[in-house]
Design a protein around this ligand. Structure first.
Ligand SMILES: [Zn+2]
Length: 834
């Protein structure tokens, strides 16, 4: 039971004199009396041997509910907490509070003549029945106050901390290190900055703790490096930022663990890293970008980075692999780089390339490698990456091959003997155990087990007659112009322009009307400046959908588009329909974004629609205030679409979620989507995070792309050769196989939205009556699934080295190859430029 707030308390303690000069009272048991604003330490002869005033009392009242023998002391109108396991520095004495003693026993003096053994015995007896409940955590909880002798010296001058930088007892505090042995050098609790802690999801807390323990050298293997290989979407960046920020400010000894930190990332992500830092730690850190080849900028960046070793603000340099390689000599002059973080770290899988050599030459043992792919599929690459983070831990490559990879490979062969299988398996499991100490990989399922049900709708919308006409004219022009164009550059440019026009046209004809005006002068009724949803199939559907959702209740909607111009059209729609809305795009100030999000998520705020540019969206945005999301146009990069959808279907979402992807029937949009599903070699784009890139197409692919299929209800459905629709087009087998959209076979098919079958989804049915030609639909309930399959509840993916020949995802392998080709290409381009 928690005792009510009282003004006095008494504890049985153990103390040690930390002043080496002192001869008496080096170590012993004693009684600590807390009285008003004083703390008095007495030895067991009731002699006062230490005193202090209490200076800190911000621990909140609800932090201790249900904790046995916690004492709440009111001092100067504030409350201070004491609890077993709490350690206190009192003058020259380190004190460990063992347990509370009734204050009456102090008043009566009984506590002094009963003797240590009897006090302890009585305590054990009193707490026996509830002994089980005193978990690790209550002991682990951290210290609350310090003596007043070093007032506020801590943060500003960056002297050695004498108390935790953040309150480890605050609700939601994430404590990464808790001293258990007061007498060792590691005696200050390390607590994640609450600014960051409040944003961490449970698996991220685990990830941060894992990386911290590795990098601080607390996990006991020979090294201080680690690999965080979580699936995309699990927030590796936030985890890394949290670890970096913690290490820059804190350490178990009270000193910051890291003075300067370098982050190496693909050049396109350098800016993103800086933004993320500023987003999570506004005004607290100003990371220095060095992704640009411009010499002046590079020199300025390096000069800034050379600032005072304890100036946390400028102690993070974010650079690209290229720039790091080029300027490695200058970088090596910095003596206090204590941490290097490599984003998309599988780039270091070949230890012989110059980039890897350069990164490796930075002498710090603290190395954090981030990777979004399973890394254990190719054992030699695996060796390279592990050896980068923890040099020598696997021995040299020859030894590694002998010991592990040869044996594991042998086991994988179909003709391997039982004996070889046994040895191979044992080696694989040993390797997994050894490296599991510093490699953490979680799959996206981690997040999903807590999520509400979701309905995925792939809504195929007919083009309006006007759209169809313009569409055909663009295609015609593209087919002739593009294939006459002789220069490759010229072809690329006009292809790209035509693709963009088609995609915009699918959204709304007003977006390209100007360019193609002469082709449809007869459309007199059409006014590109007015809101006329009937001229765009998708707009017409959206119009109906919003009306239906609005009429049905209080649900809110996020609408995502790749084009700011499309958002402008949608904003106009909201104005006309009198839907209160917010819009977040590239022009929205970063500082303003969170504010918009917060206001929108407010359950009673009047805003019904949130218009979001997929490029400005980023991964951090949390829009759980809405439970409908419309992905108005598809992106070439499936990861972007997946990220957009994760804005609403994410932890914190309470309602059933409805996702609508709208695609125009028989158009390029279906092709983009098919490409997404087939995951056709978009690896490079995913890695680079390049959202603008249109994949390279062969001439034949281009021909297909600029071809409008006007006679289908869904080009994608045609590819499935599914009998559900009467009017399905026949597609030759080889094309069907190449498209590999078979995943959609397991979805529900609705060739006719007006059918009885669709009446389960009345809003969709009504909205799509005129404009929708086909719907693919999939319902999912992760909670129900999780109950069924324990697999999904596994938090950490076990690091395994597959035992079956060829079982390992081939996709990952080809992915890796493309990656290195890309780098080679980059290098070649560099050379030809210089
Ligand atoms: Zn079908």
């Amino acid at each position: 039971m928690t005792s009510a707030a009282s003004e006095e308390a008494c504890f049985f303690v153990e103390f040690k004199n930390t002043n080496k000069a002192a001869k008496n009272d080096l170590k012993g048991n004693g009684i600590l009396v807390v009285k008003y604003d004083n703390v008095v330490l007495m030895n067991m002869d009731s002699k006062s041997i230490g005193k202090a005033k209490i200076t800190r009392g911000e621990a909140p009242a609800n932090a201790v509910d249900g904790q046995e023998s916690t004492q709440k002391i009111t001092m100067k109108k504030k409350e201070v907490f004491f609890w077993p396991g709490n350690s206190v520095q009192l003058g020259t004495k380190a004190i460990m509070i063992k347990f509370a003693v009734p204050i009456a026993e102090f008043h009566s003096g009984k506590v002094f003549y009963r003797g240590v053994k009897e006090i302890e015995k009585q305590h054990v007896e009193e707490t026996k029945p509830k002994g089980k409940n005193v978990g690790k955590n209550s002991i682990k909880s951290a210290s609350g106050f310090v003596t007043p002798f070093k007032k506020n010296a801590v943060v500003k001058k960056r002297e050695k901390l004498t108390k935790p930088l953040h309150n480890p007892r605050a609700p939601g505090a994430v404590v990464l290190f808790q001293p258990t042995d007061l007498f060792s050098v590691n005696k200050i609790a390390v607590v994640v900055d609450p600014l960051l802690a409040k944003n961490l999801r449970p698996h991220q807390v685990d990830g941060v703790r894992f990386c911290f323990e590795c990098l601080a050298g607390l996990r006991g293997y020979a090294g201080k490096g680690c690999i965080l290989a979580d699936d995309m979407g699990l927030g590796k960046t936030l985890q890394a930022i949290t670890v970096i920020w913690t290490l820059l400010n804190q350490g178990p000894t009270g000193e910051p663990t890291v003075k300067k930190c370098i982050i190496v990332a693909p050049s396109s992500l350098v800016g993103n890293w800086c933004q993320e830092f500023k987003k999570w730690l506004p005004d607290m850190i100003d990371p220095i970008p060095m992704g640009d080849a411009n010499k002046k900028k590079v020199n300025a960046a390096l000069a800034k980075f050379s600032g005072h070793a304890y100036n946390v603000k400028n102690n993070v340099l974010v650079t690209s692999y290229d720039q790091l390689r080029i300027h490695i000599k200058s970088i090596l002059k910095f003596k206090d780089i204590d941490l290097i973080v490599c984003d998309e770290g599988h780039r270091l899988k070949n230890s012989k390339i110059k980039t890897a050599i350069a990164v490796n030459s930075i002498p710090t043992p603290r190395r954090l490698l981030l990777s979004g792919t399973p890394i254990q599929n190719d054992l030699e690459e695996f060796h390279a990456m592990v050896s980068f983070v923890n040099p020598g831990i696997l021995g040299d490559i020859a030894k590694f091959k002998r010991l592990y990879s040869d044996e594991i490979e042998r086991m994988r062969q179909p003709e391997s003997t039982p004996e070889e299988k046994t040895v191979g398996r044992a080696r694989a499991s040993h390797l997994a155990k050894l490296t599991g100490e510093f490699i953490l990989r979680r799959t996206a399922k981690v997040n999903q087990q807590y999520l509400p049900p979701k309905v995925d709708n792939l809504v195929i919308c007919k083009l309006s007659d006007l759209q169809a006409k313009i569409y055909q004219s663009i295609c015609k022009k593209a087919q002739t112009v593009i294939f006459q164009e002789s220069g490759r550059k010229g072809r690329e440019t006009s292809t790209l322009a035509a693709i963009t026009h088609l995609k915009k046209l699918c959204n709304d004809p007003s977006l390209v009307y100007e360019e193609y005006l002469e082709n449809f002068a007869e459309e007199k009724k059409y006014n590109p400046d007015a809101y006329q949803p009937q001229y765009s199939g998708k707009m017409q559907f959206l119009d109906g959908l919003l009306a239906g959702i609005r009429a049905a209740g209080k649900d809110k909607v996020v609408i995502v588009s790749n084009y700011t111009q499309t958002l402008a059209v949608l904003a106009e729609m909201c104005r006309i329909k009198k839907y209160a809305f917010y819009q977040l795009d590239g022009s929205t100030k970063v500082s303003k974004r969170q504010e918009l999000v917060n206001m929108f998520n407010e359950p009673n705020s009047p805003e019904f629609v949130f218009l979001l540019s997929s490029k400005a969206g980023g991964c951090g945005l949390n829009l759980v205030g809405a439970n409908h999301l419309v992905l108005f146009d598809p992106d070439w990069n499936p990861a972007n679409d997946a990220q957009a959808m994760a804005r609403v279907w994410r932890p914190g979402q309470q309602k059933k979620v409805y996702l609508y992807r709208t695609l125009s029937t028989g158009t390029i949009e279906e092709k983009v989507f098919q490409r997404q599903v087939a995951k056709l070699s978009l690896a490079t784009n995913i890695v680079e995070g390049d959202t603008d890139a249109v994949p390279d197409f062969s001439k034949n692919e281009l021909k297909e792309l600029f071809c409008y299929k006007s006679n289908t209800i869904s080009d994608t459905h045609d590819l499935l050769n599914c009998p559900c629709a009467k009017a399905a087009n026949k597609v030759p087998l080889h094309k069907r196989q190449a498209a590999s959209v078979d995943e959609l076979k397991s979805w529900e098919h609705y060739p006719d939205v007006t059918s009885e079958k669709m009446s389960r989804f009345p809003i969709l049915q009504k909205a799509g009556a005129k404009s929708v030609s086909f719907v693919f639909l999939k319902e999912e309930d992760p909670k129900a699934n999780a109950k069924k399959t324990k697999q999904m509840l596994l938090k950490k993916e076990k690091l395994t080295f597959s035992t079956e020949d060829g079982e390992d995802g081939e996709g990952d392998y080809s992915y890796a190859e493309e990656e290195s080709e890309h780098e080679e290409k980059e290098e070649k381009e560099k050379k030809s430029k210089s």
